[in-house]
Design a protein around this ligand. Structure first.
Ligand SMILES: [Zn+2]
Ligand SMILES: [Zn+2]
Length: 97
């Protein structure tokens, strides 16, 4: 009887430890996923900043045709003024970023 009690107590402690580890891992995962979602939300909210090689500032990009805001795609964008494909230029010095 004493041995059985010992085993059940040991098993109980081990499963409790497993639950604690599982809960910590789950909490960490939830925090990570939340952080990633938050980061994506922030990235989607504010315009992408580019480091301009010419003026050395973190600048927002504008279109080369109208110097208007652009909907940015990979390495190029769509001018919000004329809705055409355009290149991204520095908002300050109007050189390609
Ligand atoms: Zn610049
Ligand atoms: Zn344009």
């Amino acid at each position: 009887m004493g041995a059985a009690e010992g085993w059940s107590a040991l098993f109980g402690q081990e499963s409790l430890a497993c639950w604690a580890v599982g809960a910590i891992i789950a909490a960490a995962l939830i925090a990570l996923v939340g952080l990633l979602a938050y980061q994506r939300y922030i990235m989607g909210k504010k315009p992408t900043q580019h480091l301009c090689n010419y003026c050395g500032h973190m600048v927002s990009a504008v279109s080369d045709c109208h110097h208007a805001p652009v909907k940015e795609r990979f390495l190029h964008g769509t001018c919000m003024e004329c809705k055409n494909d355009c290149r991204l230029v520095c908002a300050r010095c109007k050189r390609p970023v």
